[in-house]
Ligand binder design. Structure first.
Ligand code: SF4
Length: 98
């Protein structure tokens, strides 16, 4: 994810302006394309995940990705599109306490 990504806008993720986005390490990377490889494989997402591991706003990033109206693609908080799909399915299968 990068703050001005067209994918972010397409997914209905709130536009930049949220305070946490200013602290996003990917926003300061010289290679923002790393967060949006053509194909998400272990090799293509590795560098993005290294940056995400050190990012101070990873929790907010993941929460935003999971809350998007439509599933977002690319690396968000060190997770791939497939990993987030699994998280969504797992939480949908988990009974919530009343
Ligand atoms: S956790 Fe990764 S994708 Fe999310 S804001 Fe930070 S660097 Fe960007």
């Amino acid at each position: 994810m990068t703050p001005n990504s067209p994918r972010r806008r397409e997914a209905g993720v709130p536009a930049p302006g949220l305070a946490w986005i200013e602290q996003a390490l990917c926003a300061h990377s010289p290679r923002p394309d790393r967060w949006h490889p053509e194909q998400e494989t272990e090799d293509t997402v590795y560098q993005a995940c290294v940056w995400c591991a050190a990012c101070p706003v990873a929790d907010q990033c993941l929460a935003t990705a999971l809350a998007a109206r439509r599933p977002v693609t690319g690396v968000w908080a060190g997770t791939t599109t497939r990993q987030r799909r699994r998280i969504r399915h797992r939480s949908a299968d988990t009974p919530h306490a009343a």
